[in-house]
Design a protein around this ligand. Structure first.
Ligand code: ZN
Length: 230
């Protein structure tokens, strides 16, 4: 059965655009329904000394909604955890499990739980959220006895497949050449995060080109792929 529903769970507003916007744009084009779940409120991501966390949270939610709209993402759920302080708690696992059970995705896209020396990609929040998402797909969303308080509203759900964002030695390289401009348009919505968008665009295109090169794609995004046993 083809993938019909996709859920992207990330730590911060803008993470899904960096890691998966091209792949998301292709799923949208194929008629899939996409849900974004953003775990933290993004309240720390500013170097502007006159910025307050309260203002930043509102700006970043708006930017994320605009980016989602640019891609054709159906909905964005914000879980509101504190940026930079997310921990692998029962509460986090219950909240992510609830969203998986609510929207019932065939495919979940998440961040890598592994530390690497790419410090930006393996930000502490990314690792913790990525690890929690894997735990929620299996076994927490599947098992009716996990989080009994979610029943009867949120019935167990089996995700079929997971894409874990992967920048080094990926198992799956997705050709995003014909949606690269859409990815850049979505990324540009996160204006609060970039002083110099032209410089950022050059770096993002360079990295996407490097990921695609071994396969002969102009631009790519890359993942490890986990297929769940039925
Ligand atoms: Zn991030």
């Amino acid at each position: 059965m083809p993938t019909q529903r996709v859920m992207v769970v990330t730590a911060h507003p803008d993470d899904s655009e960096f890691g998966a916007a091209g792949t998301v744009a292709k799923f949208v084009r194929d008629g899939c329904e996409i849900t974004y779940v953003i775990v933290t409120n993004g309240s720390k991501g500013s170097s502007d000394r006159s910025m307050t966390s309260e203002r930043l949270i509102r700006i970043r939610e708006e930017e994320q909604r605009n980016a989602a709209r640019a891609l054709g993402v159906e909905r964005v759920q914000f879980l509101g955890y504190e940026d930079g302080e997310v921990e692998d708690t029962r509460e986090l696992r219950r909240d992510v499990t609830r969203e998986i059970r609510r929207w019932r995705p065939d495919l979940v896209i998440c961040q890598s739980p592994n530390r690497s020396y790419n410090l930006g990609a393996s930000h502490r929040d990314h690792r913790i959220v990525g690890g929690a998402v894997l735990d929620c797909v299996y076994p927490l969303a599947r098992d009716h006895l996990a989080f009994p308080e979610l029943l009867p509203e949120y019935e167990p759900h089996k995700v079929r497949e997971i894409y874990v964002m992967q920048w080094e030695n990926p198992q799956l390289v997705v050709d995003i050449s014909d949606v690269m401009d859409v990815k850049m348009k979505a990324l540009a919505c996160h204006a609060s995060q970039f002083g110099d968008f032209a410089g950022l665009e050059a770096r993002v295109r360079e990295r996407a080109a490097a990921l695609g090169k071994p396969k002969g794609y102009a631009y790519a995004e890359a993942f490890d792929r986990i297929e769940m046993l039925r």
